[in-house]
Design a protein around this ligand. Structure first.
Ligand SMILES: Cc1cc2nc3c(=O)[nH]c(=O)nc-3n(C[C@H](O)[C@H](O)[C@H](O)COP(=O)(O)OP(=O)(O)OC[C@H]3O[C@@H](n4cnc5c(N)ncnc54)[C@H](O)[C@@H]3O)c2cc1C
Length: 431
C-alpha cells in the first residue's frame, strides 16, 4: 500500500514592515477610532474594560508608485525568483501598483501592535522589495517621512500538502492516526490555523477514546465550511476563510455562535460545566423573553409580529413596555430581535439544509470502485478516486465535477444490478 503523503508546489505571500510609533507624524494622518462598543470574542467575557487604541490612516501617492515601478525588476515575486501563487485578497503593494494602475493612491492603516510596544504595523503595504527601496518608499508617504523602520517587509514562500488527501476530521487518508492542520494544509491566517487545530486535536483525542472524529457541517459553523472546502476542493492559492464562502450565512451568525456550538462542544467534553450552565441559563432566558414578547399587544398586533417589522427594534419595544421587558438584559433582547426578524429567511435556509442533508445521507463506501462505472468521464473518475468523497454531497462539490457525474455515482450506489453489470463488463475487458 502506498502510504506516502503528497507535497505540492509553494504558496506565497509578502509581509508588512513595522515602524517606530515615536517617529511617525500622526498630524499628517487621519484617526480611525475602534468600535464604540467593541464586542468581545468570547461569550464568557462580560466587558472589555481597557480603553481602545485608535489606528491611523495615510496614503501612498504617485511618487511612491513611480519608485515601485522603477524597482519592480528587484522584487522576487516579479523576477521569477518566487513563482508560486500568492493570496489574491492581500496583494503586495507592487502587485497593487501594477494591477490597479489607474489608482493614484492606496490606503494604508497604521495599526499599533500593542500597549507595551512602540511597533506599528503598516497594513496595506506588504512588500517583497529590497530594503533600500522600502527606506525610500516610506520617506515619500505623508506622516512617515521620518519614520524609523523597526522590521522590514519580506516575501515568504512555503510548501503545503494538498488538503484533499484528508478526511473531513483532518486525518490523512493514507496514514491512520496522522492529522494535519494549519498552513501545512495550504491555508493562511491565525483563525484558519487555530480552527483546524481544534478539529484535528479533538479528532485525535476522540479517536483515542474509540469515537469518530469531529465533523462540523457547513450549516453549523464556519469551521465546517473551511474544512469542507479544503478537503473537497483542495487549494491552488493560499486559502483564507471569507463569510462569502458560506451558503448558510443567515444561520452562521457571530451572535449565535454559542447557541450553535456549545451543545456540540459539551457532548464531546470540550465545554466546561460552568460554560454549559451559562449557556443553559441564557437559552432559557431567551425563551422566556420570547414568550413575554409574544404576549404583548400593540393594538391588534402581537409583540413578535410587531418586532418582525424592519423599522422596529428591541430598544423601541423595551421603551414601550419597560415593566415587562426590563427584566431581560440587552444581549437577550437582541437575540429575540434577530431570531424574530430572520425567522422567515432562516426557515427557508433550513429547508435547503434538510434537502442537502437527505443527499448527504447517501454514503459512498470507502472502497467504492469508480473504475467500475464505465460511462464516467475520465476526469471525474480520477477526481473521485483521489478525493474519495464520503457522500454524494461532498462528491458534488469537487471542483470540475458535474451533476451528471454525481447522478451516475448515485445510480450505481442505488442499483446493485448496474454494479454487477459493470463488474461483468470489466471482467470481460480483462480477458
Ligand atoms: C510576518 C507574518 C505576518 C502575518 N500576519 C498575519 C495576520 O496579520 N493575520 C493572520 O491571520 N495571519 C497572519 N500571518 C499568517 C499566520 O501567521 C499563519 O498562517 C499561521 O500562523 C500558521 O499557523 P500554523 O500553526 O499552521 O503554523 P505555524 O504558526 O508556522 O506553526 C508551526 C510550528 O511548528 C514548529 N515546527 C516546525 N517544524 C518542527 C519540527 N520538526 N518539530 C517541532 N516543531 C516544529 C514551528 O516552530 C512552529 O512553531 C502572518 C504570517 C507571517 C509570517
Amino acid at each position: 500500500m502506498n502510504r506516502s503523503i503528497d507535497w505540492d508546489s509553494e504558496l506565497n505571500g509578502s509581509k508588512l514592515g513595522r515602524l517606530n510609533s515615536r517617529t511617525i507624524d500622526y498630524s499628517k494622518t487621519e484617526i480611525q477610532p475602534g468600535d464604540e462598543a467593541p464586542q468581545p470574542f468570547s461569550f464568557m467575557t462580560d466587558a472589555l474594560p481597557h480603553p481602545q487604541m485608535p489606528c491611523w490612516i495615510t496614503y501612498t501617492n504617485e511618487q511612491v508608485h513611480e519608485l515601485i515601478r522603477a524597482n519592480l525588476h528587484r522584487a522576487p515575486m516579479y523576477t521569477g525568483q518566487i513563482r508560486s501563487s500568492g493570496p489574491r485578497y492581500c496583494p503586495s503593494i507592487e502587485d497593487k501598483v501594477v494591477r490597479f494602475s489607474d489608482k493614484d493612491r492606496h490606503q494604508l492603516f497604521l495599526e499599533p501592535e500593542g500597549r507595551s510596544t512602540q511597533e506599528v504595523y503598516v497594513n496595506g503595504i506588504s512588500t517583497s522589495l529590497p530594503r533600500d527601496v522600502q527606506d525610500q518608499m516610506f520617506k515619500l508617504i505623508p506622516g512617515l517621512e521620518k519614520a524609523q523602520i523597526m522590521r522590514y517587509g519580506y516575501a515568504v514562500e512555503y510548501d503545503f500538502c494538498p488538503p484533499d488527501q484528508l478526511y473531513p476530521w483532518l486525518e490523512t487518508k493514507t496514514v491512520q492516526g496522522l492529522y494535519f492542520a494549519g498552513q501545512l494544509n495550504g491555508t493562511t491566517g491565525y483563525e484558519e490555523a487555530g480552527a483546524q487545530g481544534l478539529v484535528a486535536g479533538a479528532s485525535a483525542a476522540l479517536r483515542l477514546k474509540g469515537h469518530d472524529g469531529l465533523i462540523l457541517k457547513r450549516d453549523e459553523a464556519y469551521i465546517g465550511v473551511l474544512v469542507d472546502d479544503l478537503v473537497t476542493c483542495g487549494v491552488d492559492e493560499p486559502y483564507r476563510m471569507f463569510t462569502s464562502r458560506a451558503e448558510y450565512r443567515m444561520m452562521l451568525r457571530q451572535d449565535n455562535a454559542d447557541r450553535r456550538l456549545t451543545p456540540i462542544g459539551h457532548k464531546l467534553g470540550l465545554v466546561s460545566e460552568d460554560r454549559y450552565q451559562r449557556f443553559i441559563d441564557k437559552t432559557e432566558c431567551i425563551e422566556s423573553a420570547r414568550r413575554v414578547v409574544a404576549s404583548l399587544r400593540i393594538g391588534d398586533v402581537t409583540g413578535d409580529r410587531f418586532l418582525k417589522r424592519n423599522e422596529v427594534t428591541w430598544k423601541q419595544l423595551h421603551e414601550m413596555f419597560p415593566e415587562s421587558l426590563s427584566q431581560f438584559p440587552e444581549e437577550i433582547g437582541l437575540q429575540v430581535e434577530y431570531d424574530t426578524k430572520y425567522a422567515g429567511y432562516i426557515s427557508r435556509q433550513q429547508v435547503q439544509v434538510e434537502r442537502q442533508q437527505r443527499m448527504l445521507d447517501k454514503q459512498i463506501p470507502k472502497n467504492f470502485d469508480y473504475g467500475a462505472i464505465v460511462s464516467l468521464r475520465n476526469e471525474a473518475r480520477q477526481k473521485f478516486s483521489r478525493v474519495r468523497p464520503l457522500n454524494l454531497d461532498q462528491a458534488g462539490r469537487i471542483s470540475g465535477i458535474t451533476p451528471s457525474d454525481v447522478a451516475l455515482v448515485l445510480a450505481y450506489l442505488e442499483n446493485p444490478r448496474l454494479r454487477n453489470l459493470a463488474q461483468m463488463e470489466k471482467e470481460d475487458g480483462a480477458e
